[in-house]
Design a binder for this molecule. Structure first.
Ligand code: HEM
Length: 152
């Protein structure tokens, strides 16, 4: 296979791969806007994240905090196989890089979540609390780059 045909083959496969994911809305209520599977996952992450932020410094809640981190890591795994809505607005040749960057950003989130998990397991609530700030940075960068500007 020549480099050129390999390139087009890769592009074609990637386009087919994202076709089924990028715009599969799950409709909840006709009065509401359509909610994507990724938004559903992000909402799940948000609920766990908010609770975690409140209790991460409290060593008596470490068991529950570890469960919350577990939920967030599950979301990261599921979200890796979904593509942001914004993907559909891009030119085909931009999509591979866009989705690769999106997954990389999720990878960064997972690294921090793993570090929080390690700190909590060691009973080091001071480190776990500091790491929450890093999560926020990765979230902000992820949304800036991968959410459509008109999304909530
Ligand atoms: C602590 C981490 C994070 C939290 C708590 C969070 C939370 C949220 C929330 C609440 C929404 C709106 C959901 C809705 O409209 O119903 C959202 C959407 C979104 N988030 Fe996150 N997020 C996090 C990290 C990230 C990261 C790291 C990325 C990128 C790699 C990302 C990409 C997106 C995208 C693309 C959407 C729009 C959904 C779509 O396109 O279908 N988020 N997020």
């Amino acid at each position: 296979m020549t480099m050129r045909s390999l390139f087009f083959y890769t592009l074609f496969s990637a386009t087919m791969m994202f076709k089924g994911h990028a715009s599969e809305p799950v409709v909840h209520d006709p009065a509401e806007k359509e909610v994507t599977k990724l938004e559903e996952q992000m909402d799940r992450m948000n609920t766990a994240y908010r609770k975690l932020r409140r209790q991460v410094g409290d060593a008596s809640k470490n068991e529950s905090s570890l469960e919350l981190v577990g939920i967030m890591r599950e979301v990261v795994t599921t979200a890796r196989d979904l593509a942001p809505v914004k993907t559909a607005d891009l030119l085909e040749e931009e999509r591979i890089e866009f989705v690769a960057g999106y997954r990389e950003q999720l990878g960064k989130l997972d690294i921090i979540l793993t570090a929080i998990e390690t700190a909590l397991k060691a009973g080091n609530n001071t480190d776990a609390t500091k790491l929450i700030g890093d999560l926020r940075e990765v979230q902000k960068a992820g949304h800036r780059e991968y959410k459509k500007s008109d999304q909530a």
